[in-house]
Design a protein around this ligand. Structure first.
Ligand SMILES: Cc1ncc(C[n+]2csc(CCOP(=O)(O)OP(=O)(O)O)c2C)c(N)n1
Ligand SMILES: [Mg+2]
Length: 564
């Protein structure tokens, strides 16, 4: 699309900038505050898909999922105070997860500013802590400038969400402005001396481990880092919900440092003499509450490669901090001459075997075996299947028993935010209509944004939604039984008939209570030719992949008796 100058409304100018920055999809819940944008999107309907959602939380989560899958900002439009409030959860997720996103919010007219006009909220104050940048565009002539900056900022350094407020009169105003050029992502490259130093540290290590996480990865970057790991026979772990940064069946893969990871992997990180942390912030989840590495100076030697200078040194003082994008780092690491890895090659092999053993299905209480079901799905579906989930103990089975094979196959919030699994699957099916998309939600999680199954139906998308129903907010019940055994408070749920709910929305739906009924139900769901919902009834005793509810309660009571 060619750059042009001319008189356009604010709405037209804005949509023209979206086209210039190659936005092909916009998620929204409409509002009268941005009718001028909707009108301009009508003219652009051949180039920009407008995905209309049922709640702004769903729309913002979809924009996050789009950003995770494409590396381009997920674009979302919502209205004033109510829409902006609902969208918060997606913006917070994008912030914690370092996902590029742009949230446009229709705003009251400039002449009514600060009157607490209808639905007015000062977005700069409201979103100040949740976004990389919040700005109100006061003058339509500056739309190209602000939108270009929003795209650059959302994707550069450590990516994240940007919020732009759009006064409704500004969007209707006609203005003479010149289009911007397509945005360019700015990422640093690792320096030659830093790479040399890193190689030196690796050459002197006895039991090194690499930990991958974060964003700015690409399929090529993942291939490059796998070659670097392979050439140096380097045990490699991924962080919480970043499991698709390494082929899980590669002989160097050691597993993921999620919440409650394989204890042997945790021990390996603690015992390492060199940690190469690549792309990860080394956040609370990845370090089990900053435990594997002590703050601020870890026992282990630390190389910390990260795409944002402001994060290097925030928590950990690395021996070697490297400010670099992941694609840039991975390509450079691959080009390094491998070191002698004979000292740790056997440990790397053992770590992978340990991962394979740890992820073999194990039984849980009750007639429905969740590990077996996840393993069956993995066997039946291609490696590019997109796997989505929100937060809850049910996700522990997905993370442990699904083996991620390729970059861009996992959509899950590292922020631990519930309600993500359904909207993420909708976005996944939009971005990759050719791939199977599985969505996992708990009974708690599902009813936070389950309404977006209507969006899947509206756009004829075909994800398969699993609702893992244990009749409770199981995660919180687990913490409760550990801290306050037998005192069940605020964690029990009365649920609808999820399959009937799915049918009411037009999805193919079934309920499965026993493992042996799963294969048939799944085959029928795949053959249905439309979105499907399968409720999986999980015995409440199956509180986590590791322990039963009554065993946990018993241990907690014993502990209480031991220390009165
Ligand atoms: C938006 C949001 N609200 C609350 C929480 C706290 N929380 C974490 S897990 C959880 C329970 C999840 O319940 P469910 O989806 O049924 O999964 P289960 O743990 O039972 O498998 C809650 C309430 C959260 N993480 N996110
Ligand atoms: Mg539950």
């Amino acid at each position: 699309m060619s750059t042009r100058t001319g008189i356009r409304t604010g709405g037209q100018l804005l949509v023209d900038q979206l086209k210039i920055h190659r936005t092909d999809t916009v998620f929204c819940v409409p509002g009268e505050s941005f009718l001028a944008v909707l009108d301009a999107l009508y003219d652009a309907r051949g180039e920009i898909r407008l995905i209309v959602c049922r709640q702004e939380g769903g729309a913002a989560y979809m924009a996050d999922a789009y950003g995770k899958l494409t590396g381009r900002p997920g674009v979302c439009f919502v209205t004033r105070g109510p829409g902006a409030s609902n969208a918060c959860v997606g913006v917070h997720t994008a912030y914690q997860d370092s996902t590029p996103m742009i949230l446009f919010v229709g705003q009251v007219a400039r002449s009514d500013n600060e009157r607490q006009a209808f639905q007015e909220v000062d977005l700069r104050r409201m979103y100040g802590q949740l976004a990389k940048w919040v700005v109100q565009i006061e003058d339509a002539r500056r739309i190209p400038e602000f939108v270009a900056r929003a795209f650059a900022l959302a994707t550069s350094g450590r990516p994240g969400p940007v919020v732009l407020a759009l006064p409704e009169d500004m969007l209707r105003e006609e203005a003479m402005a010149t289009d911007a050029e397509p945005y360019k992502i700015v990422q640093a490259y690792p320096g030659a001396s830093e790479l040399g130093h890193m190689r030196e540290m690796l050459a002197h290590a006895k039991c090194p481990i690499m930990i991958l996480g974060g964003t700015t990865w690409t399929a090529q970057a993942v291939a490059d880092i796998m070659t670097f790991a392979q050439d140096n026979r380097l045990a490699t772990a991924t962080t919480f919900r970043r499991q698709d940064r390494f082929d899980n069946l590669h002989p160097c893969y050691a597993g993921d440092l999620g919440i409650s990871p394989n204890p042997k992997l945790a021990a390996q990180v603690e015992a390492a003499d060199l940690v190469l942390a690549v792309g990860t912030r080394l956040g609370e989840a990845a370090t089990d509450g900053y435990k594997y590495l002590s703050v601020p100076r870890p026992e282990q030697k630390l190389v910390h490669a990260y795409m944002g200078a402001e994060e290097l040194g925030r928590v950990y003082q690395a021996d070697l901090p490297i400010n670099t994008g992941m694609a840039q780092f991975a390509a450079a690491a691959r080009a390094l001459k491998p070191v002698d890895s004979s000292g740790w090659a056997a440990a790397t092999e053992a770590a992978h075997q340990e991962y394979l053993d740890y992820t073999m299905p194990i039984p849980n209480p009750g007639a429905l075996q969740l590990a077996e079901i996840i393993a069956t799905l993995h066997k039946q579906l291609p490696p590019d299947t997109i796997v989505c989930n929100g937060a809850g103990n049910y996700s522990g089975w997905v993370h442990r028993f699904w083996r991620f094979r390729g970059y861009g196959t996992q959509l899950a919030p590292t922020s631990g935010s519930m309600g993500y699994g359904v909207p993420a699957a909708v976005a996944g099916a939009i971005v990759h209509p050719d791939r199977p998309v599985l969505s996992f939600s708990g009974d708690g999680c599902f009813l936070m944004n389950g309404q977006e199954i209507a969006t899947a139906m509206h756009y004829s998308l075909k994800p398969i939604f699993f609702v893992i129903n244990n009749g409770m907010y199981g995660t919180i019940r687990m913490h409760q039984e550990r801290e306050y055994p037998t005192r069940v408070s605020g964690t029990t749920l009365t649920n609808p008939d999820f399959a009937a709910l799915g049918r009411a929305y037009g999805l193919y739906s079934e309920t499965v209570e026993r493992t042996e009924d799963f294969d048939g139900a799944f085959a029928r769901a795949r053959e249905a030719g439309r979105a499907a919902l399968i409720e999986l009834r999980l015995d409440p005793e199956a509180i986590s992949t590791r322990i039963s509810l009554s065993k946990l309660r018993e241990l907690s009571l014993a502990k209480q008796r031991a220390e009165p």
